[in-house]
Structures are given as C-alpha cells and as structure tokens.
Design a protein around this ligand. Structure first.
Ligand code: 16G
Ligand code: ZN
Length: 531
C-alpha cells in the first residue's frame, strides 16, 4: 500500500539510534531533546492510527513540562481531552523502541490487533511549548501524520491544557467551547468577569496578582489572555522568557520543591504570587510575611479552598450532589484531616500521576483532584451539570438558590475539565478569593501544614520496590515496610512512605512530622533503610 511506502521513505529521515530504549512514562516520553526526533515521527504515526480508531481528532503535545530547557517530550491527547489509554501507552512504547527495520512490521501488527480501518480519515492537532527544540520536533510529528495520510493542524505555541481544550472542543462540535485559542480566552474570561463583577468592595490589592511564568509558554499565553480580562484582574508578569532560562530557578516545580520564592520576582510582604510550570498545567501560590518568611500554598491548599467554596454553593443551592477530593500519598496529612474531619467531604487517595486522579474524580458528582505539586482541576458529572442548569432556569426556585446555581454555572465555565490548567486554576482561585473576600493569609490559615521533607535516593534498581495502598506502603523488598513503621513510631504525628519515581531513576522518600527537625530526621532515616 502506498501509505506504507511513505512511512518507509519518511522514517529514513527520522532514524532511530540503534539500541536506544525509551518508555511512555507517567507523562509521555521525556528525555534529552536530541534523542527524540524518531520518537516524534512515530508518535505522529501513532496519533494518526488512534484518530482512525476513535474516528475523532487526537492531540499531540510537544513539551517536557518542568524539565530543563535541553529536554523535551511528547504526550498524546485522547478525544475528550483525556490522557491516552494504558493499552495505547503500551503501543507507544512498542513503536518507539522498534529498530528501523522493525518499524513497519510493528505498525502493521498494531493495525491488525486494533482492527484499524486504514480508509478512515484521520485528524491530528499538534501543539508545542517554547523550547528551542520544539519547532523541529513538532515538524517531525507532522511528518509522521502525513506519512499515513492524516490531516494535521499545527496549533503552534500553546500550553498543554490549551491543546487538551482544543481537542475536546473539536470532538464535541463546540459544546465545550469554540475550538480556537480565542474561544478559550473568551470562555474563561467571560466566566471570570461574570463571577467577580458584582463582588462588593473588591480592592486594587485583590485585583493584582504577581505571576511567575517560568520563562515558558504560560508567560506568553497569560499575557495574551490578560486583555480579555478587562482589568478585572491585573497581572504583574515575571520570568516572561525575555531574558531568563526556562524553569531555571523559577516555576512551580522549583517553588514547591525548594519551598522558596523564584528568582526574578520582586515580592513585597503579603503580596499574592503564583508560579506556573513549563507547560502551564501546574500552579502554586505563595507569599512572604512581614518577617520575610516564605509561605507556600500548594495543590492541597488549592483543593481545600475550592472544595469549601463549592460545598457552600451546593448548600445555598439546596442541591444534593456528592462532592469528593482526590489526593495522592504526597498530600499533607493536615489537609486530609481537615477535609475529612472538618469539612466532612469524601477523600480518596490514588497513585501518583494525573491519569489516576482524573479517573478517580470521575466517579463522583463533583470530583476535585489536585496533586500536592499543583496539578489539578474539578470534574462535574453530566448529572451535576444538568441539575445546576435546571435550577438556574427554574422559575419556582427562590433567589438565593438561583443565584447559587448561576454562580455554579459560571464556575463550571471557568474550569478546564480536561486536565489541570494553571491559567484556569488561577482564575478560579482569584474568583473564589474575591467572592469570599479572603486574603492569601486567610486562605493559608484554613489549616496548618505539617512540616515535611522529600528526598531522592539513588539505588541500583528502583524496580525492586513494589508498593500498595496507593503507594503508601511497600510490599517488597521484604522487611522494608516494617522498618519504616518502626521509624515512624519514634516521631509525633509522623507518616512516611517510599516509592520508585516514574520519571527519574531514583526512589522518592516522603516524611512528615510535628516539627521540621523530626520530618528531616525521619526522611533521612527512611532513606537509609531504602539503601
Ligand atoms: C508526572 C506527572 C505528575 C506526577 C509526576 C511524578 C502527569 C501529567 N504528570 O510529571 O502528575 O506528579 O510525574 O513524578 O501525569 P515521579 O513519578 O518522578 O515522582
Ligand atoms: Zn507540566
């Protein structure tokens, strides 16, 4: 068949380095950009097949998120804007690792196994971040799509969540929004303006926010969006990419891991600041107090703020909808206790990685999920959306209930339900703070984080560690969990776990306890037990 000849011909321009083995990991392929050309071409092929199979548009995003500038990566986006399914992650790995002469047989095998109709048309949306290597790597993706006769739309520079949004809009015939970047800005900014326009006494302080763009795509896109916000939110943008290096000493990952302010941001005491990561799907907030102490408001604090807000609105609306918060083992123990004991919401814990949280959140009427690192969003079930719409239209409902329903409706429009989105999360947080008349300090005071420490341990083979109970306990190697249990017992309010990283060749150690000294000591002792 002609298309296979094209594949053979074109793949010769994107040769695979012999012996190189890479895996479609927690967040797609990610490594040094120089090793990725063949991967990109092949992901173009795979996305085309996925599109034929699902009879829908598929997304391919070229980014390495918070990794250094020299790295790059690629993730596939399924029709409704979700991450690609585990079976297709497996195909991605197979296709990526086939040696040059094995590419065609692997491709044909996949087509047979999935019974793909090659006559079906295919559509692929491609997006890229601001890395130097992204331009040519995204071209390699498009080469792959063309080789199999697929149609390609080059969306150019976009954030990861923008690409997820575009794919979802395209496949739902505009029901989720208009499938353009302008449509994205309009949807979000209109919802934000609706939510904040009647808030009494909103001060200039409340309207101003410092944003660290991590010198990446988020900086570019947030400044595009700002004009749509009509001064209802005024951003002071730092690390906008004009001079600094991507993710270097800045961005959400740096701030969360280092627990300190990024380079290049001039913060005065009490000012509200936030940091995006390199593809703008993560966000964390922070401020410094009058004693120059740094205070971080991470994904757990964001989940708590949003769930308090939504729970109150449901009460005002008199709607009986089940609300749940999904976390991972990294969630600070104080946040879990607060959510369960004070707020009385359901809390679920899943393995690390957005797809696990997203999946668990789909089981509830309203599922709020956030990783402590700041990746998260809120999912509303179809039923929940319908009940909210119905109430907003119900002429017999009283004013308070209707108002709450309208607010919920606008809140839904403000949220990017396809994936965590720094810009959408930022607007949601800003709207909630405005509506509740809260300062960042008041938000921070909802509960106090337990001191905690994260460490990395290099071991010969991290795969010897096997975990269970959403990564909170180990089952292998034998005796390790017992050793951790004994160490934890020595400290007050302590908890610790270890897990093999899904993105780096290390074992991660987490510990929390009543004081920073205890958390540090426990993390250190547990890391010795891992060796
Ligand atoms: C990836 C995940 C992130 C997770 C991190 C854990 C996605 C989109 N991203 O970046 O959610 O927190 O991996 O990395 O799923 P680790 O396994 O190295 O700790
Ligand atoms: Zn990211």
């Amino acid at each position: 068949m002609a298309e296979f000849e094209e594949v053979t011909q074109k793949s010769a321009h994107h040769p695979k380095p012999v012996g190189l083995v890479l895996q479609y990991g927690t967040a797609g392929f990610r490594t040094c950009a120089k090793k990725l050309d063949h991967i990109m071409f092949r992901m173009g092929l795979l996305a085309t097949l996925r599109s034929k199979k699902t009879k829908a548009t598929i997304g391919v995003m070229v980014t390495a998120s918070h990794n250094p500038e020299e790295d790059n990566g690629v993730k596939l986006v399924d029709p409704m804007g979700e991450m690609v399914t585990p079976a297709w992650e497996g195909y991605a790995t197979e296709l990526a690792n086939a040696e040059q002469e094995g590419l065609l047989p692997t491709l044909k095998d996949l087509i047979e196994r999935e019974a793909i109709d090659m006559a079906q048309e295919a559509n692929v949306f491609v997006g890229k971040d601001t890395r130097c290597s992204s331009e040519s790597l995204s071209k390699a993706v498009m080469d792959g799509v063309c080789a199999l006769g697929g149609h390609c739309k080059d969306n150019g520079l976009v954030t990861t969540p923008q690409l997820h949004y575009l794919v979802c809009c395209q496949n739902t015939q505009g029901r989720y929004g208009e499938a353009t970047i302008k449509g994205y800005y309009q949807k979000l900014s209109q919802a934000f303006i609706q939510l904040t326009k009647n808030v009494p006494n909103r001060t200039d302080d409340q309207k101003t926010l410092l944003v660290d763009g991590a010198n990446g795509i988020g900086a570019l896109k947030v400044s595009e969006m700002e004009t749509y916000l009509k001064k209802e939110l005024q951003l002071s943008l730092f690390n906008d990419g004009s001079s600094g290096k991507l993710n270097h000493l800045c961005g959400a990952d740096f701030v969360k891991v280092q627990q300190r302010a990024p380079k290049g941001v001039e913060i005065s005491a009490g000012e509200r600041c936030c940091s995006y990561d390199g593809d703008a799907d993560r966000i964390v907030y922070y401020y410094t107090d009058s004693a120059s102490r740094f205070h971080l408001l991470d994904g757990d604090k964001i989940a708590t703020l949003i769930s308090t807000y939504l729970k109150d609105l449901l009460t005002q609306a008199g709607l009986d909808l089940q609300i749940a918060v999904v976390q991972t083992a990294y969630a600070n123990g104080s946040s879990t206790r607060y959510l369960e004991d004070v707020m009385k919401v359901i809390v679920r814990c899943t393995k690390t990685g957005v797809k696990h949280l997203h999946h668990a959140a789909q089981e509830f009427d309203i599922g709020i999920y956030f990783e402590a690192n700041g990746h998260g969003t809120v999912l509303f079930s179809k039923l929940a959306e319908e009940k909210i719409q119905q109430l907003a239209r119900d002429s017999n409902a009283n004013d308070e209930r209707k108002r709450a329903a309208f607010t919920l409706h606008n809140t839904i429009n403000l949220i990017n339900q396809t994936v965590g989105d720094a810009m959408s999360d930022m607007l949601l947080i800003e709207a909630v703070l405005a509506i509740r008349g809260m300062t960042v300090q008041q938000w921070d005071a909802i509960y106090t984080d337990l001191p905690n420490r994260q460490l990395k341990v290099k071991v010969a083979d991290r795969r010897v560690i096997d975990t269970t109970d959403a990564e909170r306990r180990t089952v292998r190697p034998e005796g390790l969990q017992e050793a951790i249990d004994l160490l934890v017992k020595k400290y007050r309010r302590a908890r610790s776990f270890v897990r093999p990283s899904g993105t780096e060749d290390v074992v991660r150690v987490y510990a929390e306890a009543d004081t920073q000294e205890s958390a540090d000591a426990l993390a250190h002792e547990v890391s010795l037990a891992v060796h």
